[in-house]
Design a protein around this ligand. Sequence first.
Ligand code: FAD
Ligand code: N01
Length: 546
Amino acid sequence: MMPSVTHSAGAADAALDADVVVVGAGFAGLYMLYRLRALGMRAIAFEAADDVGGTWYFNRYPGCRCDVESLMYSYSFSEELRRSWTWSERYAPQAEILAYLRHVAERFDLRRDIRFSTRVVSAVYDEGRNRWQIATDRGEQVAARFCVMASGCLSVPRKPGIPGVDSFAGEWYHTGQWPAAGVDFSGKRVGVIGTGSTGLQLIPQVAKQARHLYVFQRTPAYSLPAKNRPLGPGDSAEFNAAYGTLLETMRHSLTGTLHVMKDQSVLATAPEERERICERLWNEGGAGLMYYFNDIAVDAAANEEIARFVRRKIKETVKDPATAQALTPTEYPIGTKRICIDIDYFETYNRDNVTLVPLAHDPIEKITAHGLRTAHGHYDLDCLVFATGYDALTGALLQIDIRGAGGESLRDKWQAGPRTYLGLGTAGFPNLFLVTGPGSPSVLSNMVVSIEQHVDWIADCLKALHDRKLNRIEPRAEFEEEWMNHVNEIAGHTLFVRAASWYMGANIPGKPRVFMPYLGGVGVYRRKCAEVAADGYRGFDLASVD
Ligand code: FAD
Ligand code: N01
C-alpha cells in the first residue's frame, strides 16, 4: 500500500494525515504498528505515557508481575524476537516485562511512529471524507482512514469516591499510576485499600518494609499460590523445542494458555480422587485448578467443592482463626471474580506488623487528613495505597469523545452497556476497530494471545479491503444484536453473573451491570472470527466511498 502520512513533528497545531491512527502503545498498539508497517500502511500511534509498555509502564508497584506464565505471556509473531529474549522467572516481574516491550519497540524500530505524552481526546468520523478526525490534548489534529483503539482494558485507574478521599495529608498512591522512582515504606504506617489481584501482589511486599501495614478489605479474595521459580536455560529450550504445538494449543484453548480443560466433572469425581487432583494442582501453582474440571464455572455445587478446598488452605495457612475467617471468601463462587495468583499472601497475615481490617462489619466512614476512619475506630497512617482497580473494558474508550456516522456519540450508544460485533467494532462507527474490545474474550484470556489474534484479524481485514479496492467497513446492527445476544446467553449459563465483579461493571457506581467479556473461549472465538473473514467479512457492510 502507498504511504500517506505527512509529518511535521513537534508543531502542536500541525495537521497530519495517516492511513491509520492507533491509540495506545502497550502490547496491542506495538504489534498493531508492526503489522501496519508490514502492510506498507502509514500509521501514527498516540500514547499518553512517555514510553511504550501500557500496563507494564504504569503498574510499577512492588510485587507486580504477570500471572500467566511468562513463556506464554509473550508475542508469538517473530521467532527472531522469541529467540532474542529469555525470561528469568516463571512469572516475570513488571520491570522485566516492561524491558521486553522496550526491546520489542527497539528491535522493530517502532518508536518513530509513536507520539508519546499525548492523549487522544476525541475521534470524530467525517462522513464526507470517510476519515477519522483525531484530536489530542496537545492540539494536534490527524485525519486517518482507519482508527484502531489499542487503549487497553485496564488502563483507567479508579480511586473510589470515599468521603474525604482528597483530604489525606500523607503520601498516597494508586497502584496503576505508581511512581517510576519507587516508594520507600520503611518505618511508615501504611494503609492498603483493596484486595484484588493487585492488592494480593502488593501486600506481602509492603509488609516487608512498613512499620505497620493495615489492609482494608471489603471482599475477601480466592487466591491460588503462584509457586513462582527461576527459569533456567532448560525451560526456554524445552518450550522452544515444542513451540509450534504449544502455540496451537494456546490459540485453540479456552483461555489462551496451556491449561486444557478435561472432560471431567467435579461432582462425578470421587472425593478422594478430587482431593488428590486439587492437591496436585495447588502444588503445581498458578491457575491450573480453575481449568481442570469442566463444571466449575457452570455448576454451583461443583464450584462449591473447589471453593471449599481453597478455603481450607486459607485456614491451614493463617494462624489467627479470626483473621483466617475474615480472609475466607464465601459470598461468591470461586473464579467469578478474577482468580488471584499470589506469593505468600495469606502467610503475610502471620506477621506481627500486619493487621487485617475487614470492612464487612466495620465499613470505612471517611478518609481523614491523618488516616482512615471506620465505623469502629481511626487508623493513623503515613501512606495510603489504593489498590482499587480500574474502569475496566470501556473506561479508556469512553474517556475519548468518539463520534461516528451522523455524529452519534459512543458514550450515548453504550449508555446501557457496550455493544459490539465480535468485540472488534461497533455499528454506526465505520472504520473503527477495537483491540480486545468488550464482547471478545479479552480479560478472560491470556491477553497476548488475544491481542495478537485481534491485531492479525484487523491487519488482514485492512489488506482485504485494499485488495478489493474498498475503504469503508462497518458492523451491521443486526449482526451486532445477534452477537450481543450470544455473549449474554453464554454468560447467563455460567456462575459469572452471580458476582459483583468488574467484568460486570459492578466496581463503578452507576456503570451498567452487563457481563462484558465473551465467555465462549479463545479457540471458539478465534474460529468464529476466522469464519466471518473467510465469508467476505460476514456481518459487516463494505464499501468504496471515494
Ligand atoms: P495497555 O497495556 O493497557 O495499553 C494501553 C495504552 O493505551 C496505555 O499505555 C494507555 O496510556 C494508552 N491510552 C489509553 N487511552 C489513551 C488515549 N486516549 N490517548 C493516548 N493513549 C491512551 N493479562 C494477562 O493476560 N496476563 C497477565 O498476567 C496480566 N497481568 C496484569 C497485571 C496487571 C497489574 C494489570 C493491570 C493487568 C494485567 N493483565 C494481564 C492485563 C493487561 O492489561 C494485558 O495483558 C495487556 O498488557 C494489555 O495490553 P494493551 O496494549 O491492550 O493495553
Ligand atoms: O482491581 P480489582 P485490581 N472501599 O477491581 C476494593 C488485572 N491484574 O487492580 O471486591 C473498599 O480486582 C475492591 O473490593 P470489592 C486482573 O485482571 C492482574 O486488583 O469491590 N474497597 C477490590 O478488593 C485484575 O482482575 C494481575 O469489594 C474497595 C479491590 O479494591 C485486574 O487487573 C495483577 C473500594 C479492587 O480489585 C484488576 O485488579 C494485578 C472501596 N470504596 C491486576 N473500591 C496479575 O497478577 C474498591 N475496593 C496478573
